[in-house]
Ligand binder design. Structure first.
Ligand code: ATP
Length: 248
């Protein structure tokens, strides 16, 4: 048994380098203690999901990584940098792009103006042409104002906008929420293409079936901490555990 455990540790050590390493993360909203020592890793080049029921702490985890929850403790390492005491601006400037659940599209600006808005943080960001190749709908709608877009187009724009900045780690909060199946499929294809382009993606998802088809690794959150790690090749054997946590 001990030998087996050693083999597993060896396997873990030989995994790809972690781009993001969260350990013992606590977060508070005023008196309310929301994250209780959450720990997980996001290996470079992988698509990783945070799963869990409503209120488990998934959005708060993304907001903590981005420095948007002021009262946070523990460690968040991005490459060789510690983020826990940095401001949001500084964190974004290190190359992390955040796409919030509410998408944050400016209604008074058109598609292209929205795309051009976030500042470039690093060389190697995608050009407008590359973004339009990934989202042909956005090209057709490039002079339409933010308010005129469908939910799916807004989501595409919210993702497209962070691709220009040169960020290599993308945090996406429920990109499929409220979208029709055909649009969910498009988001799936976009995420697959971004993975091929070597982006690393941390995704919060309520839609387990979507998550299962797109991700390399899942972390299931419960009560403000990570309760279970499930790799893509373990989905079948851990299905009962997943069902219990998610109630699917
Ligand atoms: N701004 C806030 N002030 C106080 N409490 C908050 C705030 N935002 C979230 N919470 C609480 O923190 C807990 C975790 O919320 P969080 O949004 O991170 O969960 P979640 O897993 O993303 O779920 P959901 O899918 O419902 O957003 C919940 O109990 C929520 O009510």
């Amino acid at each position: 048994m001990l030998e087996g455990a050693t083999d597993m540790a060896e396997e873990t050590r030989q995994d790809r380098t972690s781009l993001l390493e969260v350990s013992g993360l606590h977060a508070y909203y005023g008196e309310s203690h929301v994250l209780h020592g959450s720990s997980f890793v996001v290996p470079e080049g992988e698509v990783v999901t945070l799963l869990g029921r409503n209120g488990a702490g998934k959005t708060t985890t993304l907001r903590s990584i981005m420095g948007m929850v002021r009262d946070r403790r523990g460690s968040i390492r991005f490459g060789d940098r510690e983020l826990i005491n940095l401001t949001s601006n500084r964190i974004a400037s290190l190359g992390i792009g955040y796409c919030p659940e509410e998408r944050g599209i400016f209604a008074s600006l058109d598609v292209e103006e929205n795309l051009m808005l976030p500042p470039t943080v690093a060389a190697g960001g995608m050009s407008l042409d590359e973004i339009y190749a990934l989202f042909p709908n956005l090209k057709e709608r490039r002079r339409s104002s933010g308010t005129k877009l469908s939910g799916g187009e807004q989501q595409m724009l919210a993702i497209g906008r962070i691709l220009r900045t040169g960020a290599r780690l993308l945090l996406l909060d429920e990109p499929t929420e409220g979208l029709a199946p055909v649009i969910v499929q498009q988001i799936h294809d976009v995420i697959s293409q971004l993975k091929e382009k070597d982006f690393t993606i941390l995704l919060v998802e309520q839609n387990y079936h979507f998550a299962a088809t797109v991700a390399d690794r899942h972390f299931i959150m419960e009560n403000g901490r990570v309760a279970e790690e499930v790799r893509k090749n373990e989905l079948e054997e851990k299905q009962d555990i997943i069902d219990t946590y998610l109630g699917v």
